[in-house]
Design a protein around this ligand. Structure first.
Ligand SMILES: Cc1cc2nc3c(=O)[nH]c(=O)nc-3n(C[C@H](O)[C@H](O)[C@H](O)COP(=O)(O)OP(=O)(O)OC[C@H]3O[C@@H](n4cnc5c(N)ncnc54)[C@H](O)[C@@H]3O)c2cc1C
Length: 563
């Protein structure tokens, strides 16, 4: 098995969702002399950013302030967010929105021309700009047009299977073209990982099937640690099959009710009600269901009927369609059955506020990265914002740091190619689909919405055993063209890496903070755990847990979070 194509670029971006494309477009605009390429395992507009429904936050209203957005984000994240990073996110948000507007995103407007903004959870005012309930799709399509217009080289349906780094320096990616089976070496002075989240390790999730943590795992293997990877967000309102019903539905005024017809959030968050932060609403729904106040189908109900047909059709057309197709319910006439669904990866590749990893020349942005702006729980509408703000930041940082990289180490590339070829060798009895199901079952049992020592200890042991079983995976189909057996095998390896890292960081965090809720340690413990976790991988594949202080600038962390 040989490399068939050799490309050299200044910058290669792995991932063409909103983070990757924002970085590419901005870099091409500000530095037209640079050769920039993006690689994506799906066509860019099929990237998962397109699924985002509800909107993107920014203090753009005349009477709103970035400082309020800053505080709401810190509190929503249980003060685990780094304050310099959260400041960058919220202070640079308005400019990011104005630029998207200039580039052609058709944001909904008020009659006076100002941005329409809906309320989202954990925020003290309406701050979420939107395009109906299709915001991600609108942003992604516009960004793709801009990126292509600015001359970025796009390699769509190329699957990256290796990141080559040596002696602490990045050199390039190896990828194969799903359409032709050609294998390419993409050498570059700098690389950006923008591969999105990893929700699929839990099986049923609001995430697309492609959200398998490829970039996080390759970075981990190359020597860049994963930060805060124990924090996975459950969105309160998924359908039974995991498909998302946006927080925008509650933002527009939807109620959550239990089988007794009670708006139960009054007992958990009397002030914010359905618009409390996601971790709190998800846990409240879980409690209602576990204590017998759910419906027979294991769900509670999201009631939109009182909004009226006109508002539902105008503001939530996609939600209505999803509810009708996938739950058989027209929300104009009946409430939607909902329950929490795995949604977002707060942790990711450890980067600083300039998107730099500890590996020279390697950067990360978007959901694949952990800057960290979301802390222990992301507020809705802040993730699209992160992709754009930190995509732009990467576009500023990377060109300024480019240097004359030494020649790529042939031995390191050969090693990666040999490992790839070995996947097609003889022997090996493991079945990828079965192994993936075992992974999903283990993650749900050990590291779900509520956690405790016993189940996490079992989960940790099982994850190590599952990772060992991956060595028995072989790909029987030798032709690389649309070889989905190969794709699923590689994705599984990445999911196992991220799942193991989550398991490794979860057990020692003996407190409850945001999405990491423990029955056995139900309180937040700033004295011992106001710190980031850092999971690294040794060359032998062992995981090691380290830590990093949280950056506190001007807001003293609270000892208790109430809404
Ligand atoms: C259903 C849903 C609704 C959401 N709604 C909102 C919302 O309203 N507001 C909000 O702020 N956030 C929302 N989010 C979160 C937000 O959409 C995501 O966090 C964000 O879009 C991630 O963008 P990204 O660019 O980091 O990654 P993605 O958009 O996921 O892009 C990842 C890219 O990496 C590529 N890639 C991955 N692996 C490989 C590989 N091996 N080789 C080559 N390419 C690879 C993919 O092809 C893709 O191009 C929502 C999430 C979900 C699941």
């Amino acid at each position: 098995m040989n490399i068939t194509d050799r490309f050299e670029f200044d910058v290669v971006i792995m991932g063409a969702g909103l983070a990757g494309m924002s970085a590419a477009a901005k870099m091409a605009e500000d530095h037209p002399q640079l050769k920039v390429a993006v690689l994506s395992k799906v066509h860019p507009v099929r990237s998962h950013s397109g699924a985002a429904q509800g909107g993107i936050n920014a203090a753009v209203a005349a009477d709103d302030k970035w400082a309020d957005h800053y505080y709401d984000t810190l509190k929503g994240g249980w003060f685990l967010g780094d304050q310099d990073a959260v400041r960058a996110l919220t202070e640079e948000a308005p400019e990011a929105i104005y630029e998207l507007d200039r580039w052609g995103v058709m944001f909904d407007r008020l009659p006076d021309g100002a941005f329409a903004q809906r309320p989202f959870g954990g925020q003290r005012r309406n701050r979420t700009c939107y395009v109906q309930d299709l915001t991600g799709h609108a942003l992604l399509s516009t960004m793709y047009e801009i990126m292509v217009k600015k001359g970025v080289a796009v390699f769509d349906e190329w699957f990256v299977f290796a990141l080559v780094a040596d002696a602490g320096r990045f050199f390039g990616f190896l990828a194969f073209d799903l359409k032709t089976g050609r294998i390419g070496w993409f050498g570059a002075k700098a690389g950006l990982i923008a591969t999105g989240g990893t929700g699929r390790i839990f099986g049923q999730s609001s995430n697309a099937l492609i959200n398998t943590g490829d970039g996080m795992a390759l970075a981990l293997r190359a020597g860049a640690p994963l930060k805060d990877i124990e924090f996975f967000q459950f969105h309160p309102t998924g359908l039974l099959n995991g498909i998302l019903i946006t927080e925008g539905a509650r933002g527009e005024g939807g109620y959550l009710i239990n089988k007794d017809g009670e708006r139960f959030m009054a007992r958990y968050a009397p002030k914010f009600m359905e618009l409390a932060p996601r971790d709190l609403v998800a846990r409240s729904i879980h409690t209602e269901i576990m204590e017998g106040r759910g419906f027979e189908d294991g769900c509670v109900r999201l009631d939109l009927r009182h909004l009226g047909a006109e508002k539902i059709k105008e503001r939530l057309p996609q939600i209505r369609e999803i509810a009708m197709y996938f739950a058989g319910v027209d929300p104009i006439a009946a409430p939607i059955p909902v329950r929490p669904t795995v949604h977002y990866t707060m942790g990711g590749v450890h980067v600083d506020v300039h998107c730099a990893t500890p590996i020279r020349g390697l950067y990360a942005a978007g959901e694949a990265a952990c800057v960290s702006v979301h802390g222990a729980n992301r507020l809705g509408g802040n993730s699209l914002l992160e992709t754009v703000v930190f995509g732009r930041r990467a576009a500023q940082t990377i060109p300024a740091a480019l240097d004359g990289a030494p020649a790529a180490p042939a031995a390191a590339i050969a090693r990666e190619m040999a490992a790839f070829a070995a996947l097609f060798g003889d022997g090996g009895k493991e079945n990828v689909a079965e192994l993936r199901q075992d992974l999903e079952r283990t993650m749900v049992a050990g590291f779900g919405l509520k956690r405790e020592a016993a189940s996490m200890t079992t989960g940790l042991q099982e994850m190590d055993a599952l990772a060992a079983r991956w060595d028995g995976v072989r790909v029987r189909e030798k032709n690389l063209i649309f070889n989905l057996e190969l794709v699923r095998a590689l994705e599984l390896r990445h999911m196992l890496d991220v799942g193991r890292a989550c398991a490794c960081a979860s057990l020692p965090r003996q407190e409850s903070r945001g999405s990491h809720f423990r029955y056995d340690f139900p309180k937040m413990d700033n004295a011992h755990f106001l710190k980031h976790s850092l999971v690294s991988m040794t060359p032998g594949g062992e995981l090691a847990l380290g830590e990093l202080p949280v950056t506190i600038v001007d807001v003293p962390p609270l000892d208790e979070i109430k809404y």
